[in-house]
Design a protein around this ligand. Structure first.
Ligand code: ADP
Ligand code: 5GP
Length: 191
């Protein structure tokens, strides 16, 4: 269904542990008319996470069935698990004229940009690699092996991001990073 709306799709990507969820939650608290998409994943739920709030946790079989049924706007395999954006909820939010935030990886971002060329692509960086390592470890969500895997994946993701993303935001001071994302959503920062 077509609609006249002022809503935008804002893609927020960045290495694991950089602060994407923290920033996006704060943006949602501070702005009206924003919908933060909850992704589906086959990753194991950690103790601190809540099904339906942090992610929809699915078995691989359930996820693959949803792929067959065309239920994802985009999906990708990241660190050996499947992650995808539920299409029905984002379609509804777009129709309602909301700004829709998708917290997704670089592969998913590129697919979404093909479908929605007007989507704003924002990549979040940590001030230093050391900060990123400290945040990943400090979160206490993942085991040592998972943290190492995510840290070593960060460099490739950052290199890809410099080529494709319109906005790079350094998450040093959290409130400043939140303000920058808000300005991007409100259209006050150009490419
Ligand atoms: P992501 O969603 O990118 O994986 P999170 O939002 O879970 O990352 O943040 C990872 C950790 O870093 C959390 O413990 C969070 O409180 C912390 N964090 C986020 N932003 C900052 C910041 N600007 N300075 C210091 N720590 C931060
Ligand atoms: P984590 O397991 O740390 O929550 O997320 C791992 C990676 O998966 C992050 O880069 C995150 O952006 C990405 N991700 C989360 N949800 C989605 C999604 O729906 N689609 C895609 N393509 N990537 C996602």
């Amino acid at each position: 269904m077509s609609s006249n709306h002022d809503g935008k799709i804002i893609i927020v990507s960045g290495p694991s542990g950089v602060g994407k969820s923290t920033i996006c939650r704060e943006v949602v608290n501070r702005l009206d008319n924003v919908f933060l998409s909850v992704s589906a994943t086959t990753r194991t739920k950690s103790e601190s996470e809540v099904d339906g709030k942090d992610y929809w946790f699915l078995t691989r079989g359930e996820f693959e069935k949803r792929i067959e049924d065309g239920m994802f706007l985009e999906y990708a395999e990241v660190f050996g698990n499947l992650y995808g954006t539920p299409k029905d909820k984002t379609d509804k939010a777009i129709e309602d004229g909301k700004n829709v935030i998708l917290e997704i990886d670089v592969q998913g971002a590129r697919r979404t940009k093909q479908i929605y060329p007007d989507a704003e692509m924002v990549f979040i960086l940590a001030p230093t690699h050391k900060d990123l390592a400290e945040r990943l470890n400090g979160r206490a969500r993942d085991g040592e092996k998972v943290v190492e895997e995510r840290l070593s994946g960060a460099s490739a993701e950052i290199a890809a991001a410099w080529q494709f993303y319109e906005h790079m935001v350094i998450n040093d001071d959290l409130q400043q990073a939140v303000n920058e994302v808000i300005q991007i959503i409100q259209g006050n920062i150009g490419e």
